[in-house]
Design a protein around this ligand. Structure first.
Ligand code: ATP
Ligand code: MG
Length: 563
């Protein structure tokens, strides 16, 4: 009884793909599980791909299976080595290891042989009509299609022409190889789909060997089959292609040979984000962002540069879960995930983003003392560091208010505040320039409150961060807002363009003053700047100027929490 309940419990928490896999293992249909991730190398991977990667590679980990990384490189026009390299880097960075690195082009010979076999079996033919004519004859799903005049041409003719196509005897666009399936099928993909086209282009991997290239739909299912993939996981738009993949396998696989089972899931959509390689490429090529790894991009390389961690993306992906219907996830969930991770792992530092000078009039001139700060309250092993303190400091301009309401627990004339790890200070004088702007505050400190501890039990509600003027370093801070200003950037009026929805204020820069321990950092290092957010050292940093990207702001400032 107990056991049964437990089983029900555990099945409940499984998603529909895990349930299928467990059934297939339990029934003995498969002894082990083999998945793959099949990107086309025509752009950089984005967070949607990360979701698909976490899914397929996650199954490998959960069921002690295998996963291939396979490049679906059937279109030499759009594919580039740079993309292949970036995809490998991104999958590894996410923390996954592929079992085999494969390319659809590895199978071009086999695919060609199978195509010859289909022609010989009367199941494929060469069509010499122009592409538009072929599309037109497919009509609409509700009407019957129109058969090509070449559909019933002799097998011999098609064989000869196909061989000629391969040898480069015909011009691009002059003919194609089509599968002979069903011109009346309600599924348009079954209306004699194109298998091969002439493209006299060199291929990244096969060079000049081929003058013809298989269409994705002809290559994809067979690639899974050749690699012995058991579960081929892909997004919903491929559901309507599944009958076609099965049809090809029906023609070429022996009945006893194991076939991949394709299972579809809903693609990930995020608010304020576009997620199509084509659109992302448009942003890159139009110079609207600074490359594929611009920290505002939803690409894995952009997120990495922004300061997202592999663990945060895996956590996000897990929380998104699996759906069978299209939906849109709040981009806030991604930001939540990175805070979750960085809160545990990022060391704390102090940096003042919008500095206002403070002079502690009763502090000895020229004296610098070192006071101790905790690197990460969530992780004792991160240890402590020394922070220089002096007579002149900077605090955040927003931490001072001249006419402060009663509930403003920071600095105001006559009020006392705690400097993080430092002392209690009280604001005595406000110095202004000719235009009435506050330029500096004169404060006094309580020498008995060292370390931020109250000497006599008196309460100080506010705690603010600071840096000592004498030892402060400058840093460039890049603050990012959403790249698009509307939730669904692709929702545009007739004749509009998704680029019209770009947020003109998605990037702002400022010079901050940072504590000196931040000087020794390398690109990719993560920090929490106390009270202002999580930041990551950018690759643009130089010896003269460190550059930080703000990954995300802090949701709650610890000043509030520590109230
Ligand atoms: P895009 O439509 O963004 O250009 P794509 O689907 O053309 O992407 P592929 O390289 O063909 O990109 O995708 C590789 C794999 O990633 C496919 O199996 C696809 O189903 C999956 N994938 C692509 N986009 C998403 C997404 N937004 N969410 C989940 N999986 C995705
Ligand atoms: Mg695609």
């Amino acid at each position: 009884m107990m056991k049964q309940n437990q089983e029900t419990e555990s099945t409940k928490s499984k998603n529909f793909i895990e349930q299928i896999i467990e059934e297939d293992l339990a029934s003995g249909k498969h002894e082990s599980i083999y998945t793959r991730f099949p990107p086309e190398p025509n752009g950089y991977l984005h967070i949607g791909h990360a979701k698909a990667i976490c899914l397929s590679f996650g199954i490998k980990a959960d069921y002690n299976g295998k996963t291939n990384l396979r490049f679906d490189d059937t279109n030499p026009i759009k594919e580039e080595e740079e993309y292949i390299d970036s995809i490998k880097r991104d999958v590894s960075w996410l923390g996954f290891e592929w079992d085999k690195l494969c390319y659809a082009s590895d199978y071009f010979d086999q695919l060609y042989d199978w195509a010859m076999m289909l022609i010989k079996d009367g199941k494929a033919y060469i069509d010499e009509q122009p592409g538009e004519e072929i599309s037109k004859q497919r009509t609409t799903p509700r009407e019957p299609g129109i058969e090509s005049p070449f559909r019933n041409r002799p097998v011999k003719e098609s064989l000869k022409l196909f061989e000629g196509m391969k040898k480069g005897e015909y011009d691009e666009g002059s003919m194609v190889l089509r599968a002979k399936i069903d011109m009346n099928s309600p599924n348009m993909h079954m209306r004699d789909p194109i298998m091969y086209r002439i493209l006299k282009r060199p291929h990244l991997r096969t060079g000049d060997k081929w003058n013809i290239y298989p269409n994705y739909d002809y290559a994809h299912g067979q690639s899974d089959f050749i690699e012995g993939i058991t579960h081929s996981l892909c997004t919903l738009e491929f559901e309507v292609h599944r009958p076609l993949y099965n049809w090809f396998l029906d023609q070429i696989a022996k009945p006893e040979e194991p076939r991949p089972r394709q299972i579809e899931f809903a693609r990930l959509n995020l608010t304020y984000t576009v997620m199509s390689k084509r659109k992302l490429l448009e942003l890159v090529q139009g110079g609207l962002v600074n490359g594929w790894d611009d920290p505002r991009m939803p690409t894995i390389s952009g997120l990495r540069r922004r300061g997202f961690t592999p663990a945060s993306i895996r956590l996000f992906s897990e929380r998104v879960g699996l759906a069978k219907r299209e939906n849109t996830i709040d981009v806030g969930l991604l930001e939540w995930a990175v805070r979750e991770d960085l809160n545990k792992t990022a060391e704390r530092r102090m940096a003042v983003l919008d500095p206002l000078k403070v002079v502690i009039t009763n502090y000895p001139e020229g004296k610098i003392e070192e006071i101790e700060g905790t690197n990460n309250p969530e992780d004792e092993s991160a240890g402590k560091r020394m922070i220089p303190f002096g007579r002149e400091l900077y605090i955040e301009r927003s931490d001072f208010m001249e006419d402060a309401p009663r509930k403003f627990f920071r600095l105001a004339p006559g009020r006392e505040v705690r400097l993080r790890y430092g002392y209690f200070i009280t604001c005595n004088d406000v110095i202004k320039d000719d235009e009435g702007n506050v330029t500096e505050l004169h404060c006094s400190y309580d020498p008995e409150s060292r370390g931020g501890n109250s000497p006599d039990g008196r309460k100080v509600k506010g705690t603010i961060h600071w840096v000592a003027k004498e030892t402060a370093e400058k840093a460039e801070i890049r603050i990012y807002d959403r790249l698009f200003s509307v939730e669904d950037p692709t929702d545009v009026p007739e004749g509009g363009d998704f680029k019209d929805n770009l947020n003109p204020e998605s990037l702002s820069k400022t010079i901050a003053l940072i504590e000196p321990s931040l000087k020794d950092t390398t690109a990719g290092d993560h920090f929490q700047f106390e009270r202002t957010g999580y930041f990551c050292v950018d690759k643009d940093s130089t010896d003269e100027m460190i550059v930080f990207n703000r990954t995300v702001p802090l949701r709650d400032s610890w000043a509030k929490k520590n109230k």
